[in-house]
Every structure is written in structure tokens, then in C-alpha cells.
Design a protein around this ligand. Structure first.
Ligand code: NI
Length: 177
């Protein structure tokens, strides 16, 4: 029930490998997820990983609602994903611009697998099992990277394609992941 401070790149807690969750349905997990949702929505993010608010657990949330300002933008169902496992479906790589709440105001061109399968648990321990592509696949890969201490700049192939959003996209309003 609180908007939490998001750690920014340079904080070594973002570089840790997070611990699996074993206690599903607990009050502590429920409270963590309330804070994560409040924080993500307050900052207009597309996703958030628990380590970004200083909680070293393998918990991510993500979701992109239909936005009337961007009717063509892809939507992603609001998802809680715990102890996720991602597998690429093929070798197809796609590059696209990403942002992150831990690097406010910046964007980078990041290669990701286009098609992935992911599994994990929701907050009650129920299985989530999806095959996704494109933007959905990108957001999942970005969020799960946070659980292994990886921030998107570490994956940029051409560092000249990294910079301030206002300079790269002067006319757009973009979401952070
Ligand atoms: Ni991020």
C-alpha cells in the first residue's frame, strides 16, 4: 500500500541474483505485490521486478493496458510471475527500444528473442504457461533479466544506440519497463 522508491542503475542490489519464492499466498507476498503494482502504476511502467524495490526475490509484474492515445500499441495482460523460467522457441532475434524504471529518462536498442515460452507461478502458486512473441516476449525477457542482475544496457550491441529519451524521441511519450 505504498509507492516504493525504485533503485537506479549503480545500486549494487540491482546486480544480485534473486532468490526463489517458496511461500505462496503469504501476507508478505501479497503486501509486496500491492507495493509493486502501486509503484509500477504511479511511474507509468510496463513492468517491475522485486529487486528494483530492494526485495531480492524472483517476482516480476508486467502489463500494458489499451491506451486511447496509442490505439495501435500492443496490450499485455496484467501478470504476476514468480520463479519464472523462459525458453527461446527459435533463434530469431529482434531489436527494439527499451526503457527501464531503474534508468529513468533513457532508452536503448536491445536485441531479444522474438518468440519465447515462459512458465512460472502466480501469487497463489497456480501455474502460468504461455507462448508469446514480439513486445510481450520482450517485456518478459527484460523483467526476468532483473532477477539475474542484468540491466538492459548490458545487452546493447551498439552503444551509440543508447541515450536520453527526449533526444532520441523528441515528440513521443514512452513507457518505462
Ligand atoms: Ni527494467
Amino acid at each position: 500500500m505504498a509507492i516504493r522508491q525504485v533503485l537506479r542503475m549503480g545500486d549494487t542490489r540491482l546486480l544480485q541474483c534473486a532468490e526463489p519464492v517458496s511461500d505462496f499466498g503469504s501476507d508478505a507476498l501479497r503486501a509486496l505485490l500491492v507495493d509493486m503494482r502501486d509503484t509500477m502504476h504511479a511511474l507509468n511502467g510496463a513492468g517491475l521486478a522485486a529487486p528494483q524495490i530492494g526485495v531480492n526475490l524472483r517476482v516480476v509484474i508486467f502489463g500494458v493496458e489499451k491506451n486511447t492515445r496509442y490505439p495501435d500499441a500492443e496490450t499485455i495482460p496484467e501478470t504476476v510471475l514468480i520463479n519464472p523460467v523462459i525458453a527461446q522457441l527459435d533463434d530469431e532475434i529482434e531489436e527494439a527500444w527499451e526503457g527501464c524504471l531503474s534508468l529513468p529518462g533513457l532508452r536503448g536498442l536491445v536485441p531479444r528473442f522474438r518468440n519465447v515460452h515462459y512458465r512460472g507461478r502466480d501469487e497463489y502458486g497456480a501455474l502460468i504457461d504461455r507462448t508469446v512473441s514480439g513486445f510481450h516476449a520482450r517485456v518478459v525477457q527484460h523483467e526476468c533479466d532483473h532477477l539475474d542482475g542484468i540491466l538492459y544496457p548490458m545487452r546493447i550491441r551498439d552503444i551509440t544506440r543508447f541515450g536520453y529519451t527526449e533526444e532520441l524521441f523528441p515528440d513521443q511519450v514512452l513507457q518505462d519497463e
